[in-house]
Design a protein around this ligand. Sequence first.
Ligand SMILES: [Zn+2]
Length: 207
Amino acid sequence: MSVLPKSVEKVIEKFGEIPGVGPKSASRMAYHYLRSPNKDASKLAEALIAMDENVVNCSKCFNVSEDEECNICSSPLRKSEKICVVEEPLDVVAFENSGVYDGVYFVLGGAISPADGITSEELRFKELKGRVLELLDTNDVLEVIIATNPSLEGEATASYILDMFQTLEQKDRIRVSRLAMGLPTGADLEYADRLTLKKALEGRRDI
Ligand SMILES: [Zn+2]
């Protein structure tokens, strides 16, 4: 029999589902909200509900957004001749923080990982192809920068994208590049520091 009330257990269980949060941290987080005098738990719940209700995927790049088109896709300052393909929305944040990229993005939704049951079907390759063809309507040449993580899964995903574009009729107008190494293998782009990311982007090479 558990010594904790069911409602507390439920909260610990939910916090424990967050990647990187173990049972001890989950308990500490639950107790933090339990002891908090300022209705912080209700405020957290409200913030989570508002996020759940208001955040959608941008119709062009699939980044998280509160509008049909995200701030980046709708900005006239962004250059549409470069599209940077990343795995997750947090990778976009990392690039934006590095301040060296002025093109648009595309968020795949992960990387190919047969071990985790993630095949090409689960990712947005079809949508990527559609977006690239759309950008080719207004650009003579388009640079596709593959910025998947420097991991086995990221590399497999990069090869898949390269193969996909090589079968296109417009392939001569698509220049595919990959971030320079310097990012340690197995690293997660979203945690890369600003300078490393800047160098990786500046040193990108055609593949
Ligand atoms: Zn967008």
